[in-house]
Design a protein around this ligand. Sequence first.
Ligand SMILES: Nc1nc2c(ncn2[C@@H]2O[C@H](COP(=O)(O)OP(=O)(O)OP(=O)(O)O)[C@@H](O)[C@H]2O)c(=O)[nH]1
Ligand SMILES: [Mg+2]
Length: 304
Amino acid sequence: MTTRCGFCAILGAPNAGKSTLTNALVGTKVAIVTPKVQTTRMAVRGVAIKGETQIVFVDTPGIFKPRRRLDRAMVGAAWAGAEDSEAILLVVDAADLVVSPQSLAARDTDAILEGLKNLKGKTSALVLNKIDGMKRTDLLPLVEKYRGGFEDVFLVSALTGEGVGDVAGWVAARMPEGPWLYPEDQAADIPSRLLAAEVTREKIYLRLHDELPYASAVETEKWEERQDGSVRIDQVIYVQREGQKAIALGKGGATIKKIGELARAEMEDIFQRRVHLFLFVKVREDWADNREHYREIGLDFPKE
Ligand SMILES: Nc1nc2c(ncn2[C@@H]2O[C@H](COP(=O)(O)OP(=O)(O)OP(=O)(O)O)[C@@H](O)[C@H]2O)c(=O)[nH]1
Ligand SMILES: [Mg+2]
């Protein structure tokens, strides 16, 4: 029996639905999803099996014009994910682009198209995402505008799952022959401590607004297995200023309590065990310039 195995990077502007698509392709949640841009900070691998083929999908941070060191590391991780893959899916928020063809996301997407030209030897497809609630005829101009250079175009709703199977089939057919890299039952390739930190970060993005999500980071400090099969997880939420700490805590600690409840419930679901979660908020003005934090989440540390 000939097996196939390979990598497929999922690229696109921030908020295009890359992580939602990754989760849909993998069939389980490996990457966090929020309505805010720049949710994903590092490449996350999710594994799917189609017949004799194992596909390692690489969800990547959105590609945009970087300003901060963290931005540069995120964009660098996205392009690195593309370079290491055999196939590339460029995801576009079709709903947004139909309404505002001059949007920031449209400009970011154009820049990605330029960048893709420099990547040789890859096969790539265009995924027009978020087509739920859209008329097919409204999509035609987008297909025309973006299809050049792609082997195929897919109209997809990562949210409802429409069209996702076709994308998986396309990718599977393009994977090279070779042995599988992961055991059959493994869907995510992310350490539990990091996944737990990501879950809490997702809840922060959902509950806190303005600059706060971007000024915060989460690290798992302690992971302690208990005799009764449960686990105690201690995490630190880093923010950059005292005022942000006050907002993250909320009146009488109400906000952090809610974030903790939501995160704990999801961790119990993911890890299939009872979780005792302890969250601490600390001010660390320079976490976004701290080499250790980048190492912790698997990002290169850009010079500036
Ligand atoms: N209506 C609709 N919404 C979608 C679809 N796919 C994703 N979304 C929503 O779009 C938002 C962004 O989704 P993500 O998957 O986090 O997007 P992303 O491209 O990973 O974003 P970054 O990691 O920030 O670059 C979320 O609110 C999703 O629920 C879709 O097919 N239809
Ligand atoms: Mg994402």
